[in-house]
Design a protein around this ligand. Structure first.
Ligand code: CMP
Length: 163
């Protein structure tokens, strides 16, 4: 379904606050905006599931989401995202499964781009691609830090002599 003028204005407003979008030229922005789809999100809804294939890139326009690293026993909170924010870029950038699970924490709206459109955006604009890759690398480092911590905790438990 095509976006109304009001929706196009709100995706432009959301993008204007995101670092990578500063590198979009006005004509690039005008071509990109109608490619987004608007979707309402509801508290408790899982938007992305860790380990699954990624098909969409998300811009959070309103509401709130939490990003969870799923573990065999417990899930760990990686981040809470409030607008302006984007997510779902990592699997699409590197053609890997989703790195985390993203759950809606507060009702709102997301704007989504299909994988193909997102990949075209990256190919057309080197600066946008660089900024998105930089954020993805920072996020990956946070995942790694949590996994390392978990591993250290496990080792400490194993090393402790039984009482
Ligand atoms: P992707 O791997 O496609 O799907 C899960 C998304 O969660 C991921 O892209 C990122 O957008 C997001 N994510 C992963 N790790 C973090 C983090 N440390 N901080 C914020 N968001 C993250």
């Amino acid at each position: 379904m095509s976006l109304s003028d009001g929706d196009q204005a709100s995706i432009k407003r959301a993008l204007a606050q995101l670092s990578f979008a500063a590198y979009l030229k006005p004509d690039e922005l005008d071509r990109l905006v109608p490619a987004f789809e608007k979707t309402p999100i509801r508290k408790g809804e899982t938007l992305i599931t860790q380990g699954k294939t990624g098909e969409l890139f998300y811009v959070l326009a309103s509401g709130q989401v939490k990003v969870w690293l799923k573990g065999p026993y417990v899930d760990k909170l990686l981040a809470r995202l409030d607008p302006p924010a984007f997510f779902g870029e990592m699997a699409l950038l590197s053609n890997t499964p989703r790195t985390a699970t993203v759950v809606c924490e507060e009702d709102g709206e997301v704007f989504t781009l299909l994988r193909g459109t997102f990949r075209t955006l990256l190919m057309d604009n080197r600066h946008v691609a660089e900024l998105l890759r930089k954020t993805a690398a920072e996020r990956q480092a946070e995942i790694q830090a949590l996994e390392d911590q978990e591993w250290r905790d496990k080792r400490t438990k194993l090393d402790k002599p039984a009482a």
